[in-house]
Design a binder for this molecule. Structure first.
Ligand code: NAD
Ligand code: TYD
Length: 348
């Protein structure tokens, strides 16, 4: 029986990864460690919490003593590390929170893993889930490959780049077995409505302005979250030691085109006249240090592990919109309290 720790499993991507592992690998013992910050929500994984191979532990990866004791007690063989502060706009307001969780939190996990594995690394694996944003911003034609130099521009991406470097350094210096993936923008069910797609779905439902930063010509590559979970499963089991894989959707959109498509689809779903939701589009002040374009060359994971996205953007967006329309209670729960304060501060 394999004992595996997944961090951040109550968040957006983590909840899909936890569900996949708990249901696909009944002989593994899966631990989900999450501090339940504003972005963590046990409702995301309520359907699997009764399963015998699943344990939830509320805990903070920045607490070194707790993490050390937790690893000593449970003797994990594998770590899939997703816990992070993940929103660029929040990193601009409070960069230190990102250093604490993303850098120091990752260091605590690395130290604890190294300590319990006692330099006998056979059968062990530390998997760091990272982002394409570490590579910085692209011009109009090139793509991020695994050898693109790191050039982060936001406090968020700088903190993720830093934690990637520490993971690699532990591999080089101590021989710690690791794998890193750098993925493009995810979308799908359970996405906290501060990121573009879920925020705009929520605002269309509630008839609020759709705040497009700058001229809206910024480009992102979008991947359905379940396809990311499939890739994580593959890389965890079959990825090469000390390797990095880029994961992407082969699906680039300028923000404004994506927002217009979303408006069209939402008009249909909500039975509104065509053109109703697009009237909510409002151009607002740009994000400082806004990266122009992200785009991924995912050919390495395709060639070596046979992964490619299975869900088209059309299907994924439909499923995402339907999920939000069918889960109004979830939306209400996560958009009350602290969220209201954040929203007023960010968009006033
Ligand atoms: P999220 O913000 O939805 O979830 C993060 C989770 O981590 C939450 O459940 C939160 O409670 C938990 N957490 C935060 N600080 C913690 C701490 N100190 N201790 C323990 N738990 C803590 O994030 P997400 O979008 O699901 O992203 C997950 C990971 O994937 C992150 O590492 C992120 O950098 C990476 N990533 C995200 C995307 C994306 O598009 N969302 C793309 C590529 C990579
Ligand atoms: P976001 O979902 O925050 O992801 P990331 O910054 O990690 O790519 O933003 C996606 C794109 O949408 C990015 O170019 C910023 C833009 N954006 C807006 O125009 N308005 C908004 O309110 C938000 C949250 C994002």
């Amino acid at each position: 029986m394999k004992k595996i720790l997944i961090t951040g499993g109550a968040g957006f991507i983590g909840s899909h990864v936890v569900r996949r592992f708990v249901t696909n690998y009944p002989t593994y013992q899966l631990f989900n460690l999450d501090a339940l910050t504003y972005a963590g929500n046990l409702e995301n994984i309520a359907d699997i919490e009764h399963l015998p191979n699943y344990t939830f532990v509320k805990g903070d990866i920045t607490d070194a003593d707790f993490i050390t004791a937790f690893f000593q007690k449970e003797q994990f063989e594998g770590v899939i590390h997703l816990a992070a502060e993940s929103h660029v706009d929040r990193s601009i307001t409070d960069p230190l929170a990102f250093v604490k969780t993303n850098v120091i939190g990752t260091m605590n996990l690395l130290n604890a893993a190294r300590e319990i594995w006692k330099n006998d690394f056979a059968g062990k694996r530390f998997y760091h889930i990272s982002t394409d944003e570490v590579y910085g911003s692209l011009g109009s034609t090139d793509l991020f490959t695994e050898t693109t130099p790191y050039d982060p521009n936001s406090p968020y991406s700088a903190s993720k780049a830093s934690s990637d470097h520490f993971v690699r350094a532990y591999g080089e210096t101590y021989g710690l077995p690791y794998v890193i993936t750098n993925c493009s923008n995810n979308y799908g069910p359970n996405h906290f409505p501060e990121k573009l797609i879920p925020l705009f779905i929520h605002n269309i439902i509630t008839n609020k302005p759709l705040p497009v930063y700058g001229d809206g010509k910024y480009t992102r590559d979008w991947l359905y979250v379940l396809d990311h979970a499939i890739a994580i499963d593959l890389v965890f089991h079959q990825g090469g030691n000390h390797e990095t894989y880029n994961i992407g959707g082969f699906n680039e959109w300028q923000n404004i085109d994506l927002v217009k498509l979303l408006c069209q689809k939402m008009d249909k779903k909500l039975g509104r006249m065509p053109g109703t939701s697009s009237q909510l589009i409002t151009y607002v002040k740009d994000r400082p240090g806004h990266d122009l374009r992200y785009a991924i060359d995912a050919s390495k994971i395709n060639t070596e592990l046979g992964w490619k996205p299975s869900v088209t953007f059309e299907e994924g967006l439909e499923q995402t919109i339907d999920w939000y329309l069918n889960n109004e209670v979830w939306l209400q729960h996560v958009t009350s309290g602290d969220y209201q304060k954040y929203y007023e501060k960010q968009y006033s």
